[in-house]
Each structure stands twice: as structure tokens, then as C-alpha cells.
Write a protein that binds this ligand. Structure first.
Ligand SMILES: Cc1cc2nc3c(=O)[nH]c(=O)nc-3n(C[C@H](O)[C@H](O)[C@H](O)COP(=O)(O)O)c2cc1C
Length: 195
């Protein structure tokens, strides 16, 4: 089973998008699709970016922990709120702070808002930053409109059947990219590299 790191990006007091991160963790585990860990940026409480991790003389334990969890995850699912048409500084912080860890990493994006458009204006700017850092963005969307009504505080969706159906399509694309990434790392049969 692949391992997926879910980044819960909002550090806002009273945040709603964390509910979506909880939903995905539960969905993936209940359906035995992946092992999952939520990387909660509110818990990490990183300072504002001052240099990339690889150039830091005394990186904090939290920074090293976060980097290792991104490096070792076979896929990443980012849950991000939309703030003024963009994604939050907390998320840009951790994109900029790592480098090799993002390379060819399958990354799926779920955008969240309390309005009707589900945070979709975030997609292009976030995809572009991830593309620049050579991550492998998964071509699928999971926008969540009216988040406080759509999920309770524990991540239970109001309309479970419809939400699970949408999640299945979204997660299938992420799992396909993860599987492709894993296969590319395996030695090819007959190439002389096996055995
Ligand atoms: C500073 C700020 C800016 C926001 N801008 C937008 C926006 O441009 N579009 C939108 O649909 N919702 C916007 N929202 C509402 C968020 O989408 C809403 O808070 C949602 O629950 C996701 O963020 P959260 O996880 O921090 O709660 C904004 C919220 C904040 C705090």
C-alpha cells in the first residue's frame, strides 16, 4: 500500500479546510487505499521563510521532520484554503523551503472555501509553483465549496455518497501517478539491472 502525506495548509483560528484533510485521511484508510499521515502546518508552526532547508545551519527538528515526511511519502495531497484568490503563506513557506524532496513527487490538490466556488482560483498559481519546483501535479481537482456546511468538525461529509464518489475519481488519479512513480523506480526486467 502506498504512503500518502496530506498537507493541511490552513493555520487560521477556526479553520474549516482541516475538515477536508480529516475526510481524506478517513477515506483512504477506510478503503485500504493507502497509509496516511496528516502534516498539519498549524501544528508545525513554522516561522516565516528565511532560507531553504539545505542552506540552513541549524534547521529545527520540525523542519527536518517535515522534509523527511515529504521525501518518504510516495504521494502528497495538499488541502488548501483560498485567501484573496491565492493560497496561504503557510503553504508557500513549505514549498520554498524544500527542493529535492518535491522532485517528481505526485501532488494532488484539493481547494477549499466557504463560498460557492470551492477555492478554484487557487489552482493555477499553486500548480505553477509546484511545477516550478519540479513536483508532478496530478491533473484532477477536488474543490470544496461551503466547507463548514459540507463537512463536520471530524471530517464527516454531509452527503457521504456524493462526496465519496467524487473522492474516488480524484484519488484514483493520484494513485495512478503514485503507481507510475513506483514502477519507474523499479529496475526493468531484462535490462541487466535486476537481480
Ligand atoms: C484572509 C482570507 C481571505 C479569503 N479569501 C477568500 C477568497 O478569495 N475566496 C473565497 O472563496 N473564500 C475566501 N476566504 C474564505 C475561506 O475560503 C474560508 O475561510 C474557508 O473556510 C477556507 O479557509 P480556512 O481553512 O482557513 O477556514 C478567505 C478567508 C480569509 C481568512
Amino acid at each position: 500500500m502506498p504512503h500518502i502525506a496530506i498537507i493541511s495548509s490552513s493555520v487560521r483560528t477556526g479553520r474549516n479546510s482541516h475538515r477536508v484533510a480529516l475526510y481524506f485521511k478517513n477515506y483512504l484508510e477506510t478503503n485500504s487505499l493507502a497509509t496516511v499521515e496528516i502534516l498539519d502546518l498549524k501544528e508545525y508552526n513554522f516561522p516565516l521563510f528565511d532560507e531553504r532547508l539545505r542552506f540552513q545551519k541549524n534547521p529545527s527538528a520540525g523542519m527536518l521532520d517535515f522534509a523527511e515526511k515529504i521525501r518518504s511519502a510516495e504521494g502528497v495531497l495538499i488541502v488548501t484554503p483560498e485567501y484573496n484568490g491565492g493560497y496561504p503563506a503557510s503553504l508557500k513557506n513549505v514549498i520554498d523551503f524544500l527542493y529535492d524532496e518535491w522532485h517528481r513527487k505526485p501532488v494532488a490538490i484539493s481547494t477549499v472555501s466557504d463560498g460557492v466556488f470551492g477555492g478554484t482560483q487557487v489552482i493555477t498559481s499553486l500548480q505553477f509553483s509546484l511545477w516550478k519546483i519540479r513536483a508532478w501535479t496530478v491533473p484532477a481537482m477536488f474543490p470544496v465549496p461551503k466547507a463548514p456546511e459540507a463537512f463536520d468538525e471530524n471530517g464527516n461529509p454531509k452527503d457521504k455518497a456524493a462526496t465519496d464518489k467524487r473522492a474516488a475519481n480524484f484519488i484514483n488519479e493520484l494513485l495512478w501517478c503514485i503507481e507510475a512513480g513506483i514502477r519507474m523506480k523499479k529496475p526493468l526486467l531484462g535490462s541487466g539491472e535486476a537481480g
